[in-house]
Ligand binder design. Structure first.
Ligand code: GAL
Length: 383
């Protein structure tokens, strides 16, 4: 109740300020600027980038579902630029957003915006990526990110034919040469993915089944700033030059995200691997995440081995449920109150399960659920 009252008062002040300033500033989206009225509550949705189709899908799904519930939505993408995201969130607050849903570029960079949101009584939902080092994060919706990493590690083992929890029948003993990639160190998820994957890969490295020929096994050595495809491609090229110029072959690559996987695959193709896992000079087993359509096509074509499917429609639904709960003066229901310490507090979370997708799973997991159509998989492009 007090949250709502504080919010309404703050919104009124801000709306007046805005009116005095002559209305909307640059970069404003569909926000009404009149949030705070009971009839038309507005929600700011801040997504990191449009270069990855997953975030476009997330943004669209959140917007659509919020609008279906009668909210006005201000959806902004920040072009992977931290100052742009800060400015967009600032603007959502000054325009009177009643709640914020944020997938941060840098999980530590939004503290002053979040303080302003808290001062205005605006609840903040951290979307997929945990916002760190701030008291003012009210809820977290995501997937079980450690399990994503475990699934990626197991998918690499399965692809190589090594027995693991997901595929106990594997008989391959190696040794296999693998290389490791991680995501952006400013994204909390990168650590969960890497730690999860290493929980199943490290024992196989220790017993000699897997060999990381470059010797690069620390997350700091294998990280990829901003999850950039080109950065991963460049690092893979460098690894091939530095560690595989003696005729030895790469057999597998742990990649935490489809965009990186595509960069890695390009580097490998340019070096003569492939074109497919079945080729005479086989494409190594490359993992992924997000079931991006370009990568699903690569999996259908036998080029990329696997991806991890995270249904963005369900994540959007949880974000909407959480926002609605806050706006009705309730606390959203968490299913995890232990895993996600953001450095200041443990943020109550709702975590969704994930599914591993190999070629044979595309139909049952992605097409039957209408995430992608058969035509989209065939063309590698979203309609
Ligand atoms: C992570 C997210 C992954 C992937 C990656 C790159 O935060 O959990 O699913 O999308 O960012 O965008």
């Amino acid at each position: 109740m007090s949250r709502k009252l504080g919010l309404t008062a703050a919104s009124a002040v801000l709306a007046l300020t805005l009116a005095a300033c002559g209305g909307e500033g640059a970069g404003s989206g569909s926000g009404s600027g009149g949030g705070g009225s009971d009839e038309e509550q507005s929600i700011g949705v801040s997504m990191p980038t449009q270069t990855s189709e997953r975030w476009i899908a997330d943004g669209d799904a959140v917007k659509e579902q919020l609008e279906a519930e009668g909210y006005t939505v201000d959806l902004q993408f920040a072009g992977d630029d931290i100052p742009t995201q800060s400015q967009q969130v600032d603007q959502m607050i000054t325009q009177g957003a009643d709640a914020l849903i944020i997938a941060a570029i840098d999980g530590t960079a939004l503290s002053s915006q979040l303080q302003a949101a808290a001062d205005a009584g605006i609840p903040v939902i951290s979307y997929d990526r945990l916002i760190r080092d701030s008291e003012n994060v009210d809820f977290y919706v995501s997937f079980d990110n450690f399990k994503v990493g475990v699934a990626q590690g197991n998918a690499l083992l399965t692809g190589l034919g090594i027995a693991n929890d997901d595929a106990p029948d594997g008989t391959a003993t190696g040794p296999f040469n693998i290389e490791l990639f991680a995501g952006s160190l400013d994204d909390n998820n990168a650590f969960f993915f890497f730690d999860g994957a290493m929980s199943v890969l490290q024992p196989k490295i220790d017993d000699g089944t897997l060999v990381v020929k470059s010797g690069q096994t620390d997350i700091e050595q294998v990280a990829t700033l901003r999850w950039q495809q080109e950065t991963a491609q460049k690092r893979m090229e460098d690894l091939l030059t530095s560690s595989y110029n003696d005729g030895s072959k790469v057999n597998g690559v742990l990649s935490p995200y489809d965009g990186l996987s595509r960069g890695i695959i390009t580097a490998l193709q340019n070096a003569g691997y492939g074109p497919t896992i079945d080729a005479a000079n086989p494409m190594p087993i490359v993992t992924g995440q997000d079931a991006e359509i370009a990568s699903v096509k690569l999996i259908a074509d036998g080029v990329q081995s696997s991806t991890i499917f995270k249904d963005t429609r369900l994540l959007a639904e949880q974000a909407v449920i959480a926002a609605q709960a806050f706006l009705e003066g309730n606390e959203p229901e968490a299913n995890d109150t232990e895993s996600y310490d953001n450095g200041v507090k443990v943020v109550p979370s709702y975590l969704l399960p994930v599914e591993t997708v190999f070629t044979d799973d595309i139909q049952s997991v992605l097409i039957d659920s209408e995430y992608w159509t058969a035509d989209e998989v065939a063309s590698g492009q979203a309609d």
